[in-house]
Every structure is written in C-alpha cells, then in structure tokens.
Design a protein around this ligand. Structure first.
Ligand SMILES: N[C@@H](CCC(=O)N[C@@H](CS)C(=O)NCC(=O)O)C(=O)O
Length: 200
C-alpha cells in the first residue's frame, strides 16, 4: 500500500489532498519534523530529513509537488492533465508556485498570523505582501474567463498552486483585488477531498 510520511499541518497536506482526490488506498505514517524526520531510519528514505515522503512499492519520492505530479500521472483519478501540452502547463504552475511564490506566502502567513505577536516581524510580512502583488496578478490574469489554470477540468495543475495559496487564507490576506483568483481558490478549497484531507 502507498505510504505517505508526514503530518497534515505541513506540506504533507498537499499530498494528502491529492491522495484523497484520487481515492487510492494509502497509509499516513505520522512523522513529525523535529524528531521522526531527523532519525537515521527516516533519512534513508529522505536524506533531507523533511516531510513529506511517499513510498509506493519500490518508488520512494520526496518533494511534495513532484509527488503530486507522479500520483496524478500514475493513478487515473481524473487529475492527470489531458495531454502533454497541458502536462507542460501543470509543470509550469507547479515549479512557478514553488520557486516564485511559496516563500512569500509562508513569510506572510507566519509573520501575520501564525507566530505569537512578539515573534512577528511586520517588515517581513509587509515585504512578502509587496512581493506577492505581481504573482497574484499573473494568476488572476491567467484565470480570466477560465475555471481552471490548465485544461477544462480540475487537475494537478490547479491542486499544486492552490495548495500553496491556501496559506493566504491563514494569513488573512485580502484577495479582493484579484477576483478571478479568489473565485478559483474558493472553488479548489471547497472540494470534498480537502475536507477529507483536513480530517487526517
Ligand atoms: N520543497 C520541499 C520542502 C519540504 C519541507 O521543507 N518540509 C518541512 C515541513 S512543511 C519540513 O520538513 N521542515 C523540517 C526541517 O526543515 O527541518 C517539499 O515541497 O516537499
């Protein structure tokens, strides 16, 4: 059976979301980031000592976006892009969200709402919010007149970027300047698989 190592309050959540979308059998192996993920045994699976890690038969994968692209390609749960051109678009949004957007979203979330007030650095939060203006505008433009970032149905090309942008909700970010993005994100996050993943 597929094993997913991690805890839901981490990037593991995005792989839980994918597994729930696909409806495949899997086991979540609770792995906390401070102890379990630093053990020699775990580092044989993932030498980074980070979560998530997926084990599917002989395949061991780390990097959450890669795990999701793999799962969408391997299991026919409807989240696989319809053709190679759409697959390219799904790669594009997945790599872009990780390299261009994720850090600012995390900075905003931690320094606006997760850290206790005394540990928040408002300068970091303000800089992150400033840095997000361009990418959020790019997404809003890409979603004009469309329900999905890639193709005609919900796919990994939506799930991966939405799984990063969902942290903007925790950051209590006002997305009203980007109505297409706001509508799309709400639709992604209201999928039943998100609710099921949250219960893990
Ligand atoms: N790029 C990696 C990042 C993995 C990562 O940083 N995971 C965090 C939890 S969300 C972690 O394990 N942190 C523990 C550490 O850095 O020591 C991915 O997307 O899978």
């Amino acid at each position: 059976m597929i094993k997913l190592y991690g805890v839901s309050a981490s990037r593991t959540f995005r792989c839980l979301w994918m597994l729930e979308e696909l409806g495949v059998e899997y086991e979540l192996v609770p792995t906390n980031i401070s102890d379990d993920a630093k053990s020699a045994e775990y580092k044989r699976l993932n030498p980074n000592g980070r979560v998530p890690t997926l084990v599917d038969g002989d395949t061991v994968l780390w990097e959450s976006m890669a795990i999701n692209l793999y799962l969408a390609a391997k299991y026919d749960g409807g989240l696989r892009p319809a053709n190679v051109e759409d697959l390219g678009q799904a790669y594009k949004w997945s790599f872009w969200i990780m390299t261009e957007v994720e850090k600012s979203v995390l900075d905003l979330m931690f320094h606006r709402s997760i850290f206790p007030e005394g540990q928040r650095d408002h300068k970091i939060a303000d800089a992150a919010w400033k840095a997000l203006q361009t990418p959020l505008g790019i997404l809003d433009d890409a979603l004009r007149g469309r329900k999905h970032l890639v193709g005609q149905t919900f796919s990994v090309g939506d799930l991966n970027p939405a799984s990063v942008l969902m942290w903007l909700k925790l950051a209590k970010a006002d997305l009203s300047s980007w109505p297409n993005l706001q509508t799309w994100l709400e639709a992604c996050l209201s999928r039943p698989a998100v609710g099921r993943a949250r219960k893990k």
